[in-house]
Design a protein around this ligand. Structure first.
Ligand code: PHE
Length: 468
């Protein structure tokens, strides 16, 4: 085992870092919109069901794989399978996937930085104009922000697991929670906010159909950072004295609570803007919502709190989203670094240099995909639409491969590592696991219903994106 491997300082350090990874754009934007469009509390119930019965077991399995082997996803699959070439390749999927997801997540985070800068110079009214987003993403200046952001991410990662990743989460996660509470309380004082709350919390079961159920599962999976090799890697930094089932539960609760509160912030804000909002018209894409729609909502608050007040609220919101995105980005960029340290036996510095070079090379075309370069903007077409390089990366890795990696983790744990292997790791640090209902449930479901459901989601996503 490499001497360069780090470890979290405590159970709390692990929980904060894993929650830092989990809480991201998915919680702050995608979840509230999905919930409001798909039956409010009815969607919430379906979502909670999936978190509890599907995602929680897969989270524990990923963390246990990492902690048992003390290695990155490739090393973990290889070691637990006794050196099988096939599983070694599956492990590689859990390195390439986070790498490619990091590519497009970086690009979105760069836009957040640009928006924060624009707000700080007083440009809220400009950001609220219809054409601004299209202009921002097509400006060659983006590269300046891109390089600054990449510099920041790699600087944090140079600090290592404890001094970099964990320290960042210890500062940003509490800050994020406080900002979310302040903003939510403020928004709830606006006129018509109660219409938004009602819309969010009154269940409408008639909206629930197969595609909503499918969406709820994908969202839960994505939101908890599953299928990206992140939890395997973070598990490898988790002490063997600590309790996996209870720590995992805390991460899932933190992630889900933040998603829930984000709904209490965004929907009342939207309804305060226009009490007759038809939520069917809300953009499904988180990107469209944050960058095009929300600035308008913030600008409208000037009636209540003046232009400066509205700018402060908008700035706080964008900083909040930026913090969430930064902790997620750091977590995902770490995965290939852990791989290089473990499998190529290079120092952490060197692994960071390699990863920084690779990520820079890939983020450049992704940044140019929204207008800067014609070639990358109209990169290819499938499913009846023209797709940019950015779209391809997002469709293939973000939307398609995640449930598939989750599926392979279940099959691997149930049939290759075997349930007895997984159980023997989960009992360490948890005296109550042996013989518990949770253990019985895992024994039953991890090799049957869970992978089956994930496989169905995978097939239906492929169908929807590529053959629509
Ligand atoms: N869980 C994150 C979210 O909800 C997803 C993510 C994690 C994306 C890590 C990239 C990196 O947004």
């Amino acid at each position: 085992m490499s001497l360069e491997r780090g470890q979290f300082s405590s159970k709390l350090g692990f929980i904060l870092a894993a929650a830092g990874s989990a809480v991201g754009l998915g919680n702050l934007v995608a979840f509230p919109v999905m919930a409001s469009k798909n039956g409010g509390a009815a969607f919430l119930i379906v979502y909670l069901f999936f978190v509890l019965f599907l995602c929680y077991p897969v989270m524990m399995a990923e963390i246990a794989m990492g902690r048992r082997t003390q290695r990155n996803p490739v090393g973990a699959f290889a070691e637990l399978s006794g050196g099988s070439r096939f599983w070694h390749s599956v492990g590689k999927l859990a390195i390439i996937t986070p790498f490619m997801i990091a590519v497009f997540y970086t690009v979105i985070t760069v836009w957040l930085v640009v928006y924060i800068e624009r707000l700080l110079v007083g440009d809220l009214s400009v950001l609220a104009e219809e054409s601004t987003f299209g202009e921002v993403v097509a400006e060659p200046d983006l590269f300046v922000y891109l390089f600054l952001l990449l510099g920041l991410v790699f600087f944090i990662l140079l600090g290592g697991v404890k001094g970099g990743i964990e320290k960042l989460a210890r500062v940003l996660m509490p800050a994020l929670a406080i900002m979310l509470i302040i903003l939510t309380l403020f928004v709830l004082t606006l006129d018509n906010a109660s219409a938004g709350i009602a819309y969010y919390l009154v269940p409408d079961f008639s909206k629930i159909n197969l595609s909503v159920i499918n969406g709820a599962l994908s969202q839960a999976f994505f939101s908890l950072s599953l299928g990206m090799g992140i939890l395997i890697t973070y598990g490898s930094y988790f002490s063997r004295e600590d309790n996996i089932p209870s720590s995992t539960r805390m991460v899932a609760i933190a992630d889900t609570s933040i998603a829930f509160f984000a709904g209490l912030l965004i929907l009342p804000a939207i309804f305060a803007f226009d009490p007759n909002t038809n939520t069917d018209e809300l953009s499904t894409s988180s990107v469209g919502l944050i960058f095009s729609f929300l600035p308008k909502i913030f600008l409208s608050m000037q009636v209540a709190v003046g232009y400066v007040g509205a700018t402060i609220v908008a700035t706080l919101f964008f900083i909040l989203v930026f913090f969430a995105a930064l902790t997620s980005l750091v977590s995902i960029v770490e995965i290939p670094i852990a791989y290089l340290i473990d499998e190529w036996c290079v120092s952490r510095r060197r692994a960071i240099a390699i990863q920084a070079t690779a990520l820079t090379i890939f983020t450049i075309p992704a940044t140019m995909s929204l207008g800067i370069s014609d070639f990358f903007t109209n990169f290819t077409s499938y499913g009846g639409l023209t797709r940019s390089f950015f779209d391809v990366v997002s469709n293939v890795f973000y939307e398609t491969i995640l449930p598939f990696v989750g599926f392979t983790v279940c099959i691997f744990c149930a049939y290759r590592w075997k349930m007895s292997g997984l159980s023997s790791e989960l009992v360490i640090g948890d005296d109550e696991f042996e013989g518990s209902l949770l253990q019985k449930y895992l024994n039953f479901a991890l090799g049957t219903v869970i992978p089956l459901v994930l496989f169905v989601v995978f097939v239906s996503t492929v169908n929807q994106i590529y053959f629509a």
